[in-house]
Design a protein around this ligand. Structure first.
Ligand code: PA5
Length: 426
């Protein structure tokens, strides 16, 4: 992973090399704190050890009885779905991957009507084992399998923590179960059983993903000038301090669109605390050059744009044409055009003094993705250290979970009572 912060300097909001020089001492101290947390397997920091601690053999053993299914249906939400979805959407496979990470009845019905339930592996994922959306969807899918005459106990894999309803259910029905590792919050779990079981079911090289994570781990160092992940974390933090409160995250590869969604969760849920944080905005190049870019370039000077791309990709030639005004396209390729669009966006933002950062990976494959995912996690942890926020907790998320459960009679939660305080003004 290569991070180029050149266009983040001397822009608006402003950041200079001097700013970064002064910040680097704090980066070194934050790195020491992170290294200590990793050495002690502290909650959250343990996630950064996953390239070394994730048990790929256990993952392979758990998925092996399912052979090569036609499809995998993951039931999970937030960090229990987005990592697996990122890998599934980035890497091609003959095994289709579907995700039920919402409880919209129309969407659930439509998906179940289309799925070949007898040939689907049902992959239920919840760290806590208590999340209402996940358990409700699981009950719905289980009933659909029953109705289709499919023995769901033969087709279900569970990934969960040691406690919780899902663990008890797995034990009751003797379902194959993978453990969510200790000390790993959902949004930091892509390099664990949580993110990798689907990849294994789809036939991807799980060890290569972890090897990429190891590349990212080896690249951590006590200076932002020596560590690409920390360069990104320190730059985004310093820009946010100076008013760049939105981070428009814009991959130039359709296969990385879900990666932007994963990044948005990581950044928002980890760093949005104590009145601080940086709002992630999801965009896709080149499509969003024709929609959001106008705002990014000419709107309020409160943004940075992160441009991400693979440097190698498959290409498709653009056919020659003698149509007036279009001959310049002939003999070129869609890849050339996408690269030109990328360069144009970068230059357009720089010309308008909008800070932007370029992140490049070699190609969209298992190893590069592992490194990219690890790098963004390390960047996020560093940002959290510099901002002194509690990166690994999500009290606002837990508040909503309790309120919803309470409203359905799933417990006595003060959060549910607060729903009655809704103010009306029509
Ligand atoms: O990152 C997080 O902690 C959250 O997004 C969780 O992953 C999400 O709320 C799902 O929780 P669970 O895995 O306990 O069902």
């Amino acid at each position: 992973m290569d991070v180029d912060i050149g266009n983040a300097l001397d822009a608006r909001p402003g950041l200079t090399e001097g700013t970064l020089d002064r910040l680097d001492g704090r980066v070194a101290a934050a790195h020491d704190r992170i290294a200590r947390g990793m050495a002690d397997d502290e909650f959250g920091y343990a996630s950064l050890n996953l390239p070394e601690t994730a048990d790929s053999a256990a993952i392979r053993a758990a998925v092996e009885p399912f052979g090569e299914p036609e499809a995998v249906l993951t039931v999970g939400i937030g960090g229990s779905a987005l990592g697996a979805a990122t890998l599934a959407d980035a890497l091609e496979s003959d095994v289709d991957a579907y995700f039920l990470d919402n409880v919209d009845p129309d969407a659930v019905d439509a998906l179940l009507a289309d799925l070949p339930l007898a040939d689907v592996v049902l992959n239920v994922v919840s760290r806590s084992g208590t999340t209402a959306e996940t358990l409700a969807n699981f009950l719905v899918v289980r009933e659909a399998m029953d109705a289709a005459g499919v023995d769901w106990t033969d087709r279900t894999l569970v990934t969960t923590g040691e406690e919780g309803n899902l663990r008890r259910l797995a034990e009751t029905h003797d379902l194959p179960a993978l453990d969510v590792p200790e000390g790993v919050p959902g949004r930091f779990s892509v390099l664990s059983t949580v993110g990798l079981a689907v990849a294994a079911l789809q036939g991807h090289d799980v060890e290569a993903v972890l090897a990429g994570g190891s590349d990212g781990m080896d690249a951590l160092a006590g200076s932002l000038f020596e560590s690409p992940a920390y360069a990104y974390g320190a730059t985004t933090y310093a820009l946010a301090e100076r008013g760049a409160l939105t981070n428009a995250f814009m991959p130039y590869a359709e296969s990385l669109e879900t990666f932007a969604e994963w990044f948005a969760q990581l950044w928002a849920e980890s760093l949005g605390k104590d009145g601080l944080g940086q709002t992630p905005a999801r965009a896709l190049g080149a499509t969003d050059q024709h929609s959001q870019l106008q705002l990014y370039r000419a709107g309020p000077a409160d943004k940075l744009v992160t441009l991400v791309r693979p440097t190698e990709r498959a290409d498709a030639p653009i056919p020659e044409t003698d149509l007036d005004g279009l001959s310049y396209l002939g003999g070129s390729s869609l890849g050339d055009l996408l690269d030109a669009e990328f360069a144009a966006t970068e230059a357009s933002l720089a010309a308008a003094d909008v800070p932007n950062v370029r992140i490049e990976i070699d190609r969209v494959d298992e190893r590069s993705l592992g490194e990219l995912l690890y790098g963004m996690e390390a960047a996020c942890v560093l940002y959290g250290e510099l901002a002194s926020v509690s990166t690994f907790t999500q009290p606002a998320v837990e508040w909503g979970k309790k309120a919803a459960r309470g409203l359905l009679g799933g417990g006595d939660f003060a959060e549910a009572e607060a729903v009655a305080d809704k103010r009306e003004f029509r």
